[in-house]
Design a protein around this ligand. Structure first.
Ligand code: IMP
Length: 427
């Protein structure tokens, strides 16, 4: 039975939590397959607003098994804090599953993330400072510490000792920081082991069995296509693979299992951190979008950079992810404009590009070529079907769909659970 993948089609913060929540009650498993607590999902249920960073959004649906799969990097302190926060609000988190193969974010990863960014100065990536990059770097260099290592105290100690051997040299000699203490880290992480044990499982085996049994598995990507380590605006990216291909490696599921890839697409564009962003608005219009859309980071509280919809980016996302359906979010934010610019291509040094330019240099210099669509002034947050949208809003959606190259199957008109128009079932 189907595995459905959900991916961010832009630079993250497209409203993936809302999309997952929409299908949350219709699937059996919701799986996070990459990233860590750099993510920020906001889910609004009734009067309650939940901000999740590490936990899958499915944790809020009682009949769903939430899974943190092998591709995720886990900061145990953050994990338990997030669980405690939900428990205090009456959310049962007892059926959470965590892969034994997931890597752990260690204190030296957080320290290195922060100091290396500081040293990069103007060239900084603008990371969330959560230790994500250094943890994935250690994973690839085969120097990482995994969840399962916590259950073997000797191995845990050995791995931390080995890591500190060179991390402390770097921290003290390159960055002029204090060395970190082996015993302190070892005791802290050993302390997490027993708390973590009830959740830990062979999640790849469980998910594959579930699929064999006809269950529906929802693979929830964090960040977005243009933050992908391979397909994003490198080096201004995160250190994992949010694209749909990453879902297979990050969850231990074969590509033949995936039947649908849902791209989450905001009706305009935002990004946080550094890096190219052709349609970015530096004027009052950008400030207006930020205010209207509440574009302030869930994780870091940073102002998001805001700009108009960029069609080549949406098309690119369709291509590299194999998107079968789009969920268009935050359409209501655009209400009140006389006309809405939509980027249909770029001019880079006098050359017209209809797709994202091949080189980062060209993308950095890309000046958007706009088409203008008529706007609408009605409040659309109460619309519950496509027909209830003003004609110009309908045309906006249909035009984006054509440009993006895949059907828009759902539309968000507000943050609430019920503020979604589902044109076709996403499950
Ligand atoms: P890192 O993931 O903390 O290493 O940050 C790398 C880049 O990804 C920075 O530009 C971050 O702002 C960006 N980033 C990481 N997580 C998110 C997210 O959930 N939404 C949007 N941007 C993110």
């Amino acid at each position: 039975m189907p595995a459905i993948t959900l991916v961010g089609a832009q630079w993250g913060d497209e409203g993936k939590g809302k999309a997952t929540d929409l299908v949350g009650n219709r699937v059996d498993y919701v799986v996070r397959y990459q990233g860590g607590n750099n993510a920020g999902h906001t889910v609004v249920i009734g009067e309650q607003k939940y901000a999740l960073h590490l936990l899958p959004s499915g944790i809020l649906s009682p009949d769903v098994v939430p899974v943190i799969a092998n591709g995720v990097v886990i900061d145990p302190g953050v994990l338990f804090e997030e669980l405690r926060g939900l428990n205090e609000r009456g959310v049962d988190t007892g059926n959470l599953l965590i892969s034994a193969n997931a890597h752990l974010i260690m204190p030296y990863h957080r320290a290195l993330d922060k100091v290396s960014e500081r040293f990069l100065g103007k060239g900084r990536i603008g990371t969330t400072g959560r230790g994500i990059g250094p943890t994935y770097a250690d994973k690839i260099s085969r120097a990482g510490v995994r969840v399962q290592d916590m259950f073997d105290p000797k191995i845990l100690r050995q791995k931390i000792e080995l890591a500190l051997h060179d991390k402390n040299q770097i921290l003290t000699k390159v960055y002029n920081r204090r060395a970190l203490e082996l015993e302190q880290i070892y005791e802290e992480y050993l302390g997490y082991a027993e708390q973590l044990r009830p959740f830990v499982a062979d999640t790849s085996l469980i998910l594959n069995k579930a699929l064999d049994d006809g269950k529906t598995v929802y693979l929830e990507g964090s960040q977005g296509t243009l933050l992908d380590i391979d397909h994003g605006t490198y080096p201004f990216v995160t250190s994992s693979s949010p694209t749909s291909g990453g879902a297979c490696a990050g969850a231990g599921i074969g590509p033949t299992r995936i039947t649908k890839v849902v791209g989450i697409l905001k009706a305009y564009t935002t990004r946080v951190g550094s890096g190219p962003f052709p349609t970015e608005l530096h004027d009052e219009q950008g400030e207006w979008l930020r205010r209207q859309g509440g574009e302030y980071g869930v994780t870091t509280g940073r102002n998001r950079r805001c700009g108009w919809f960029d069609a080549p980016i949406a098309r690119y996302a369709t291509r590299v992810n194999g998107i079968t359906d789009f969920f268009l979010t935050k359409l209501d934010v655009l209400s009140g404009l006389d006309r809405i610019p939509v980027c249909v291509g770029y001019d880079a040094g006098g050359t017209r590009h209809d797709e994202i330019p091949m080189t980062q240099t060209d993308f950095h210099h890309a000046v958007p070529v706009y088409e203008y669509l008529d706007g609408w002034h009605e409040d659309i947050s109460h619309a519950r079907s496509f027909d209830e949208l003003p004609k110009n809003a309908q045309t906006y959606v249909r035009t984006l769909e054509e440009m993006a190259g895949a059907p828009i199957s759902a539309i968000g008109v507000g943050p609430g659970r019920d503020q979604t128009l589902e044109l076709r079932s996403l499950v």
